[in-house]
Design a protein around this ligand. Structure first.
Ligand code: BES
Ligand code: ZN
Ligand code: ZN
Length: 487
């Protein structure tokens, strides 16, 4: 699908359909005045994301609470999703500029790509995508306008990032028998086609040399050997260095602490953090950001078998800390422990972000649509919350660390347990476990994003389809973009 920003009045653009956003239920605006009665007749109330198609008039309506990008993005996405398989091959839409300049314009372009995504690879009969072209007219809903250059650039950024999100979605949606650690490495290698990207893959022998024993233990019972992937993006004269680390469990059966069968379904999602790393690397290169970015993925499968690691085992992580395993289903933190150590050894970064579908407890705490943000640096936490909740529309909530919960990870026989001794605050105790593997000098530079909820939801929500959402790609990319503009 192509998206084009055109400097023509909406009436002058030829398209099969016009998409009109009804802002704040206000039918008095010239764009919708004429259709007010018809729309009322069919019971259209213009609530956020509510859509109505008037085929005879070739108009598609959608409600949005305001012209803020946070409302425009899901509205446009939902509207286009409703007609993507219908007979319309082109749609035109006016420019909706809220208070934040080009933000809503960028969100419109982004929404068109995010909203019309579907994963059809395994369907024998694919639903045809009829929609081929979206025109965004420079004619505005209000009388405010922006320069051609900044409008074009906003649209381009929206398209670029959305495509990277969709690349992440494709990876997460792919079944575990088709996407295992070796394929993860292959997908990462394919990033070398983008500018300034190099990829290094550590196989099991090299992982052993690096003494990443916790990660190796998790992967031992699988027929698919683990891989540790390091993707680097090195532009000329970088202004800062960022490391992004992803949990890449291509399947999480729970291991010997086996998951109940209902809980195992969808556990292909457990590679979402690693898949987000791939999306972010693609985005930063395509945007040409002047920041050096390093992506690390621990690609592992957690299975059962005679060779499986066990509750009661004691593992020695890369940094020498010993871990008493009390539950093999708390495997993500073991993998991340080693990859975090490796990332800190390889790269001296100004920011370290890890992304992981780490705990069901986080989903219980904040709901399935929200990412849990943890760290030692309150300011950094606030910056990430703002980036998600205000700039990109990815919902985020802070889960605060405290020393009482930290103590619940104590082990009687090793340095630390891989689960806490309390059933409460599981999202936070997992974050506190990771903190044990962050070097002292990096404590304030690090954030942990638990994306267990939003990474994969089995129904459509806003700009997200059924299944994988590509959680964290937009926000972490935007955070990196902002480092550029603040320097
Ligand atoms: N991958 C899961 C977490 C998860 C749960 C992600 C639901 C997405 C949806 C993780 O490895 C896990 O199993 N965590 C355990 C930790 C527990 C054993 C302390 C959990 O959350 O139950
Ligand atoms: Zn698990
Ligand atoms: Zn897991």
């Amino acid at each position: 699908m192509k998206i084009e920003y055109v400097e023509k009045k909406i009436k002058e653009i030829e398209a099969d359909l016009e998409l009109i956003v009804v802002v704040n239920k206000d039918f008095k605006h010239p764009f919708c005045k004429k259709y007010k009665e018809t729309l009322e007749e069919i019971g259209f109330g213009a609530a956020q994301n509510e859509t109505a198609l008037l085929p005879e008039s070739k108009k598609l309506f959608v409600g949005a609470k305001s012209m803020d990008s946070l409302d425009i993005r899901p509205a446009v996405a939902t509207a286009l999703r409703s007609i993507v398989h219908k007979k319309y091959s082109s749609v035109k839409i006016a420019t909706y500029l809220g208070s934040k300049c080009t933000a809503a314009l960028r969100a419109t372009a982004e929404a068109a790509i995010l909203g019309t995504y579907s994963f059809e690879k395994f369907k024998s009969k694919k639903e045809k995508t009829e929609l081929k072209k979206v025109y965004i007219s420079n004619e505005g809903y209000l009388d405010n306008s922006v320069s051609t250059e900044s409008a074009q650039s906003a649209v381009k950024k929206g398209i670029t990032v959305a495509k990277s999100v969709n690349a992440t979605r494709d990876i997460v949606n792919t079944p575990p028998d088709d996407f295992y650690p070796k394929i993860f490495a292959k997908s990462a290698k394919e990033l070398e086609k983008y500018e300034n990207i190099k990829v290094k893959v550590l196989d099991d022998e090299e992982i052993e040399k690096e003494e990443m024993n916790a990660l190796l233990a998790v992967g031992r019972a699988s027929r698919h050997k683990p891989k540790v992937i390091h993707i680097s993006y090195k532009p000329k004269k970088p202004q800062a260095v960022v490391s992004v680390i992803g949990k890449g469990l291509t399947y999480d059966s729970g291991g010997l602490s086996l998951k109940p069968s209902d809980f195992m379904v969808t556990m292909k999602l457990d590679k979402s953090g690693g898949a987000a790393v791939i999306g972010i690397m693609q985005a930063v290169s395509e945007l040409g950001l002047p920041i050096e970015v390093h992506g690390f993925i621990g690609a592992v499968e957690n299975m059962i078998g005679g060779d499986a690691y066990k509750p009661d085992d004691v593992l020695k992580a890369k940094n020498g800390k010993t871990i008493e395993v009390r539950n093999t289903d708390a495997e993500g933190r073991l993998v991340l422990a080693d990859v975090l150590c490796y990332a800190q050894q390889e790269v001296k970064a100004d920011y370290i972000f890890d992304m992981a579908t780490l705990t069901g407890a986080c989903v219980v705490g904040v709901g399935q649509y929200t990412t849990g943000v943890m760290g030692n640096n309150k300011e950094l936490v606030e910056q990430m919350l703002y980036t998600g909740n205000v700039s990109t529309g990815e919902l985020m909530a802070h889960l605060p660390f405290n020393d009482y919960l930290r103590k619940t990870l104590k082990s009687n026989i090793a340095d630390i347990c891989n689960i806490s001794n309390t059933r409460y605050g599981g999202g936070i105790t997992a974050g506190l476990f990771l903190d044990e593997f962050i070097e002292k000098k990096n404590k304030e530079k690090w954030l942990h994003l638990d994306i267990a909820g939003p990474a994969f939801v089995e129904s459509e929500w806003g700009e997200n389809p059924y299944g994988a959402s590509g959680a964290a790609v937009r926000s972490v990319t935007r955070f990196i973009e902002k480092i550029t503009s603040s320097k």
